[in-house]
Design a protein around this ligand. Structure first.
Ligand code: SF4
Length: 200
């Protein structure tokens, strides 16, 4: 509950506790410079059902989002130090963190869905990896998955297709770790959350 008298940020950390920000084009420097390494990011892909923090309900994403990961499978931003109620990258905190005013959400609402940073912005310069990502997006599309699972009764063919999608999603992750030496903590950024997890 926000006190009605609140007119400035008291750095209480409530917003950081609820989850990390979504990255916008303005935040690209944080990734390029390594201030926020890719292992601390994850991608929510187009069509994935997510809680829209502005509209306050679960909605399929119209375009992908790159976000800062949580801590130990909780939503709390990985850069939030609960004990000290402090941000580990405060001087370089991302756009959403800088403009969020919990007592007046107009500024964040204005930029929330604008100029989102994408994997294409960051990774299309690595052709082999970018090609794998595009292929994975086609084969493991959340839009397709939702159509298959939203049907009134999910038939045997649909179940088989879903199973194949989940298998491919699992296999490509193992492949890039074992054959290309990609660190496993990068996978949720490169390919988004595992399909099996998103289905759950
Ligand atoms: S980056 Fe910093 S200010 Fe932004 S949510 Fe994380 S801890 Fe909070």
């Amino acid at each position: 509950m926000i006190p009605p008298s609140l007119t400035e940020c008291r750095r209480c950390g409530t917003c950081c506790d609820k989850g990390g920000p979504t990255f916008h084009v303005e935040d690209r420097m944080l990734v390029d410079s390594g201030l926020v390494p890719a292992k601390h990011l994850y991608t929510l892909r187009k069509g994935e059902l997510v809680n829209d923090s502005i509209k306050g309900r679960l909605l399929p994403l119209e375009s992908e989002m790159i976000k800062i990961k949580g801590q130990n499978r909780a939503w709390t931003c990985v850069y939030f130090d609960k004990a000290g109620s402090a941000c580990g990258i405060y001087e370089h905190r991302p756009l959403e963190c800088r403009i969020l005013k919990c007592w007046d959400t107009r500024d964040i609402e204005a930029v929330y869905s604008q100029n989102r940073l994408t994997r294409k912005d960051l990774l299309s310069g690595i052709p082999a990896l970018w090609s794998l990502i595009q292929d994975h997006d086609l084969r493991c599309s959340h839009v397709t998955l939702r159509k298959l699972l939203d049907a009134k009764s999910v038939g045997a063919t649909a179940k088989k297709t879903v199973q194949e999608m989940v298998e491919y999603d699992r296999a490509i992750r193992i492949l890039v770790v074992e054959k290309a030496g990609v660190e496993s903590n990068m996978l949720d950024f490169i390919f988004g959350r595992p399909l099996s997890e998103a289905i759950r």
